[in-house]
Design a binder for this molecule. Sequence first.
Ligand code: 2NL
Length: 343
Amino acid sequence: MNELLQQIEAYKKEITDYKQDDAHAAETFRIKYLGTKGLVKAVMAEMKNVPNENKRALGQILNDFKIFTENKYEALKSNTGSPLQTTGNDMDLTLPGDTLPLGSRHPISIVKNKIISIFSRLGFAVAEGPEIEDDWHNFSALNLPENHPARDMQDTFYVSQNPDWMLRTHTSSVQVREMEKGNLPIRIICPGRVYRNETISARAHCFFHQVEGLYIAENVSFADLKQTLYFFVQEMFGQDVKVRFRPSYFPFTEPSAEMDISCLICGGEGCNICKHTGWVEILGCGMVYPNVLENCKIDSNKYSGFAFGMGIERITMLKYQIKDLRLFSENDARFLKQFTSAV
Ligand code: 2NL
């Protein structure tokens, strides 16, 4: 009895897997399973060897098996002649598919895209360039003197094959390339990965992401710079955010400034994040130094412009209150999953 049941199960599997290889498949199937010398008849014949008390239960099973086989035959028959349908029509193709596990954008990408979208509303286009740069585009054109510490072997990753090549230390190099093209006015932002030879800690890494911006036209003033960056932080952090500019120094801008925003955590009251000052620094900026314009063959008597640079990691840490820079590059799913709905 058990043997017979196992046999029926094996046949059922065989029937389910039966493939429609050619136009005669249905007929071949009928002869093999449903014909007078077919398997269904042979199994039915076993009935006589089964003890009386089991006959009723087995009768039901055999009947189901017969209907199962006939259904397959009907399915094969209705498919015959249609080479596109390779299996029986027992598969419901209208059922929804298996859901695929969805990933999420990296927080750096989320914030980068947000920055791009804010500046695009002010007419800034995105420009990109190589991550391996030459001395001219990364340093010389930007007025960085020969003895500037950034040029030191200790601070910059040089390419051993050629002392003129290095991993870019900022995306200003992309802006130099755009200025050299000579299509004025220029209104661009340059997002991208940059490299510095730093000891890795919660606050520093050997690579990070930057967005630099550049606007060059006739009569661009420091007032344009302030209003542009004020608009940016209001869109990024909310309408209530306050800004302040502190004088600073960069070799490629004059005057130069650092921009702070009122602390998002304590609203200016003073807390750990703002080191009890009520302000946090978010970017550096200034008016493009005339020498830099001339280096890129732009007439500094006719044109002026402003530039700024910010670290995307820094903005992201402030926006999402992330305390350790290393989280961005560790690929820990527990960290990344928290940004699933942030788009
Ligand atoms: C910072 C400061 C800054 C610039 C970047 C720039 C680019 C060109 C010409 C002049 Cl092509 N300036 N970029 C200017 C001022 C500051 O970045 O702290 N970045 C993270």
